[in-house]
Design a protein around this ligand. Structure first.
Ligand SMILES: N[C@@H](CCC(=O)N[C@@H](CS)C(=O)NCC(=O)O)C(=O)O
Length: 233
């Protein structure tokens, strides 16, 4: 049997975080190999493990996969989080790309210099409130289900919830006027329910979310560029 997926990245959220969320939601245990020193970084870039000398890299099912989207898509396919047919997959991809556009702004936010940060924060607030959140709220409303696509959890729901937390971290209350987005977050699960196996429709999703939010990773959104700058000195 294949071992646990092994995640190679910095000790921070950055681009690996969506992959962690997806695995957690699918109930898959994984190992982390953090790149912590310049030697670690030089070694992994030179030993041929990274096709483009970039992380995230995930060792999974005998492959060394890079490119965040490729990794996400493989995990989503493998764990049935990618819709039931071509049309559902098209919608899921369309939603995920929108999520990624706004999420990218939150991932790079910490690296902006102080003067620029205020402008970038206003942009994130504006795009969330006036473009992306209303669009996803509308999808949920017209679809009339607990999920964005079909009647089943997909990578779109998972990555949207990750985005909601990232935006709320920068702008508390950002989802206040979007009740259906708020309802997507399967919160309130207790440690006991996790141990016993939750029985809500979100069961493994709720357990995954609980695990991902209660683990001991750093709580700041660590930007990969700043990590690389430090490791390259
Ligand atoms: N398109 C790639 C971008 C990966 C990327 O930019 N990774 C950064 C860390 S977050 C990196 O390894 N940078 C080193 C470099 O580009 O030399 C993906 O989505 O995985």
């Amino acid at each position: 049997m294949a071992g646990k997926p092994k995640l190679h990245y910095f000790n921070g959220r950055g681009r690996m975080e969506s992959i962690r969320w997806l695995l957690a939601a699918a109930g898959v245990e994984f190992e982390e190999k953090f790149i912590e020193t310049r030697e670690d970084w030089d070694r992994i870039r030179k030993d041929g493990s990274l096709m483009y000398q970039q992380v995230p890299m995930v060792e999974i099912d005998g492959m060394k996969l890079v490119q965040t989207r490729a990794i996400i898509n493989y995990i989503a396919n493998k764990h049935n989080l990618y819709g039931k047919d071509m049309k559902e997959r098209a919608l899921i991809d369309m939603y995920v790309e929108g999520v990624a556009d706004l999420n990218e702004m939150t991932i790079v936010f910490p690296v902006h210099p102080p003067g620029v940060k205020e402008t970038k924060l206003s942009e994130i607030k504006d795009k969330a409130k006036n473009r992306y959140f209303p669009a996803f709220e509308k999808v949920l409303k017209s679809h009339g289900q607990d999920y964005l696509v079909g009647n089943k959890l997909s990578k779109a729901d998972i990555l949207l919830v990750e985005l909601l937390y990232n935006v709320e971290e920068l702008n508390p209350g950002a989802t206040a006027s979007f009740p259906l987005l708020q309802a997507l977050k399967p919160e309130g699960i207790t440690d006991r329910e996790v141990q016993e196996g939750a029985s809500s429709p979100f069961s493994s999703w709720a357990v995954g979310l609980h695990l991902i939010k209660s683990r001991t990773l750093p709580t700041d959104i660590v930007n990969c560029s700043s990590k690389i700058q430090i490791l390259s000195r």
